[in-house]
Write a protein that binds this ligand. Structure first.
Ligand code: GDG
Length: 519
């Protein structure tokens, strides 16, 4: 199954490993919410069961578990809260271990909360997931209009699957429930739940990708229905204020009967108020720092040797899901431009692209994979020598520790999306710079630029020449400047980590709940 943010932030491909990855806990998060009241709803699940060797007829079952990002951040919170997590059961052994309603207690070794699996048919997955979610909403929100397709059948199925999720939610809802939706797969479900359960429950939604401006969003034939669906929530969170404003403006323009205060982020529709707030998501910086410290330079040198990279050549790194929003072909073209026009850089550094296959059932993703391979081969043929390969592609999933080592020992990271809700790779790279010695080149069009923009080298990902200049500047940056920038970035990433993000979200929930109930 292809990856989306859910699988990718918890470790692409190898999205779950045996590595324990529990972030620091903070009581303000759990005390903000009453036990047994939280229901998290997402497309992807935190635990997946699979048959170890289905081809050999082996029926032994293995469990894949969260390794990082939000899954690992929320899993321990859920363990304390004894709540319910509702998600699509996509593992081939998922039904074997769940009860007849699709429920099971997790984590497997010491069960503390309920995982409610939702079963989807092949057609559901084709139309709801690969169809409307990833060929309409994903490209639309990233303003990739050439990849955006609206298909009524797919939309109907998207609604039907949202209905299935809503039914599963309602089966677990009590008057005290706080229901937390994740992402663009579930835009219609909040209004469906609200219609059935009334006003008592608190519904919130975190939208992990950008929200586009009015002229772009109104292209969508289902624009009004999607907005109405989301306005079933009491609170909607985006990564940055720009997406909040865009969302408010869309409601104001497209739903005539709404009243919207864009600056305050307050929308009244159908007699109910929805707050719209920015919560820039963070990473588990402390954990990444510790992992990075654990990777010895010798391990790193053998990692390079295994991939045929000269241990003494400098390294520029890109880590992405192979998605057309990540700006990978543009990045490769800027490297090609650099080696072409400034030959002194040939043989001086290698570009490593950790690219994880994603959503390969969709043609645009197959094309992107092919383009990346073609440009890389062309560059290697044009400039490579017996001793030096300019571009190294790594498609195998790396463990979190290997990834931290790769971050730590790379001289420069290129994070150059054409559009990105946040981009956690940029923050992870910073958190792994325990030697204060890496340079981050970051796209102005990534949400994370808002937080890190002051101390990175900013680029416009469409500006091939400008990117080439930035790479050269990064490779020639004086040590004192590198260290100064790195320290500022690390401070920011540690202060705004995953726990701070969770605290922020939950403190608004408590605030809004007490506003509703009064003093
Ligand atoms: C969506 C939004 C938003 C990658 N390769 C490996 C690996 N990864 C991990 C990285 C990082 C994650 O994948 C990628 O996260 P991003 O945030 O960069 O991108 P999306 O997948 O597009 O995520 C995005 C995010 O949701 C959260 O809201 O920031 O804007 O598009 O965590 O580390 N992990 C491991 N091995 C790999 O080989 N273990």
């Amino acid at each position: 199954m292809s990856n989306d943010w859910w699988s990718s932030i918890s470790g692409l491909g190898q999205r779950h490993s045996q590595e324990t990855d529990v972030p620091e806990q903070d009581d303000t998060i759990t005390s903000a919410l009453e036990a047994e009241s939280v229901i998290v709803v997402s497309n992807r699940q935190p635990y997946r069961h699979r048959f170890e060797s289905p081809d050999d007829g082996d029926r032994s079952v293995a469990v894949d578990r969260p390794t990082g990002g939000l899954t690992a951040g929320l899993d321990p919170v859920m363990q304390r809260l004894n709540g319910t997590w509702i998600a699509w059961g996509d593992g081939d052994a998922d039904r074997t271990v769940a009860d007849s309603d699709g429920k099971l207690r997790v984590p497997p070794e010491e069960p503390t909360y309920t995982l409610q699996r939702v079963w989807l048919s092949e057609e559901d997955v084709a139309k709801y997931y690969y169809g409307y979610s990833n060929q309409a909403l994903w490209p639309l929100c990233h303003v990739s209009l050439e990849n955006t397709q609206f298909d009524t059948q797919q939309y109907r199925r998207y609604r039907a699957v949202n209905e299935t999720f809503a039914e599963a939610i309602l089966a677990h809802t009590t008057p005290e429930s706080v229901i937390w939706f994740q992402d663009y797969h579930l835009a219609c479900a909040p209004a469906m739940v609200r219609e059935q359960c009334g006003d008592e429950q608190f519904l919130l939604h975190f939208w992990h990708i950008p929200w586009p401006s009015v002229p772009v969003f109104r292209i969508c034939p289902q624009a009004r229905a999607l907005l109405k669906g989301l306005l079933g929530n009491d609170l909607i969170g985006f990564h940055v204020p720009e997406y909040c404003r865009n969302f408010c403006n869309c409601v104001s323009e497209l739903l005539a009967e709404s009243s919207v205060d864009v600056e305050a982020g307050e929308i009244t529709y159908n007699g109910r108020t929805t707050a719209v707030r920015a919560y820039p998501m963070g990473v588990d910086a402390e954990r990444i720092k510790r992992r990075s410290l654990d990777v010895a330079e010798s391990t790193w040198r053998s990692f390079k040797a295994d991939r045929g990279i000269d241990p003494d050549v400098r390294l520029v790194l890109g880590v992405d899901r192979l998605d057309y929003t990540k700006g990978i072909p543009e990045r490769l073209r800027s490297l090609e431009r650099l080696w072409e026009q400034r030959p002194r850089w040939r043989g001086r550094f290698t570009y490593v692209q950790k690219g994880s296959e994603s959503r390969s059932q969709i043609e645009a993703y197959q094309q992107l994979q092919q383009t990346v391979r073609e440009i890389s081969t062309r560059i290697n043929e044009r400039f490579g020598t017996d001793e030096w390969q300019p571009v190294v592609l790594i498609d195998a999933a790396l463990s979190r520790k290997q990834l931290s080592g790769l971050y730590r020992y790379s001289d420069v990271a290129l994070v150059t999306p054409l559009r990105d809700g946040m981009n956690l790779v940029a923050q992870e790279y910073v958190a792994a710079q325990v030697d204060d010695d890496g340079v981050l080149i970051l796209s102005e069009l990534a949400g994370s630029h808002e937080q890190l923009g002051d101390a990175v080298l900013s680029i416009n990902p469409y500006d091939i020449e400008g990117q080439a200049d930035a790479i050269e500047r990064a490779l020639t940056m004086p040590e004192a400047e590198r260290r100064h920038r790195c320290r500022r970035l690390r401070r920011s990433v540690h202060e705004n980590d995953l726990t701070a993000w969770l605290e922020d979200v939950f403190s608004t929930v408590t605030e809004r709940q007490s506003d509703e109930t009064g003093p």
